[in-house]
Design a protein around this ligand. Sequence first.
Ligand SMILES: C[S@@+](CC[C@H](N)C(=O)[O-])C[C@H]1O[C@@H](n2cnc3c(N)ncnc32)[C@H](O)[C@@H]1O
Length: 293
Amino acid sequence: MFEERIKKMIDDADKLFRAEQKLKSIRVNTLKISREEIYERLRERFEVREMKWYENGFFVDGEISKTVEHYLGYYYIQEASSMLPPLALELDKNDAVLDLCSAPGSKATQMAMIMENHGVIIANDISMARLKALTHNIQKSGALNCIITNYDARNFYRTGLKFDKILLDAPCTTSGKIIKNKKIVENWNYRRVRYMSFLQKKLIKSAYYCLNKNGIVVYSTCSLEPEENEEVIDYAVKNFDFEVEKINFKGIKTRTGIKKWGDNEYEGAEKAIRIWPHDNLTEGFFICRLRKY
Ligand SMILES: C[S@@+](CC[C@H](N)C(=O)[O-])C[C@H]1O[C@@H](n2cnc3c(N)ncnc32)[C@H](O)[C@@H]1O
């Protein structure tokens, strides 16, 4: 059923099922080292390639988790497409940012780095176990502008706190990881897709109530399912004062969101972005930027 659905979404589904990712990707932690210095250090031991869509990203061939530089937090091993949602937020140094589902902190630490440790980031997650990894990663990265909280994000708006920018990197069925893990196809199940979609709508509703007027929420998932992506955006624009804004990424092939799915026609899909795994040999991602008006 998963494969049949994908074939209805794109014409080149066979390429997606065959795609494989050979290189690992890292994000330089400019809070601790410059991109030039880490590049010089790593290229003595590995084949290192620039990432066309992000100056602080590199692709590396080899075992990069057991280096001194990694232990010291000079770089973070992060999926290449997962570096994009924080960029879509267009962060200012002094923003008040909420990362609603933040563990283990790939994007929270990236945002701290982009903000050069200014402003404030509330890094929230529901899972105590995952908060341990988040705490570790925040400390290791040298991020000093993060406050860690442990709320169910569906209720975060009850704190009464308001933010300029919100990252909602939502829990999802992770089908975009198919390029790394073919078992995704075997384990796929539609009830889980529906459950996630239900949860994601609650989360985007909470994000709306946590935003200042004119504030931005970037909604992202690593799922390929329209129910978890375009359907959530459609729900958000039809029920709240949200408008979808265009995102411009350079150096990466993107496609627009899926406008029609079964009997549904989704609002906002044409401005949302899909990164299909086989287009850039990355994990799949869905990214949408919404402004509260
Ligand atoms: C896709 S992961 C987030 C990855 C993270 N943004 C990063 O870049 O490292 C989704 C996260 O949502 C958390 N989560 C699931 N349900 C939640 C809820 N109701 N409230 C807050 N966090 C939740 C999970 O524990 C998980 O850590």
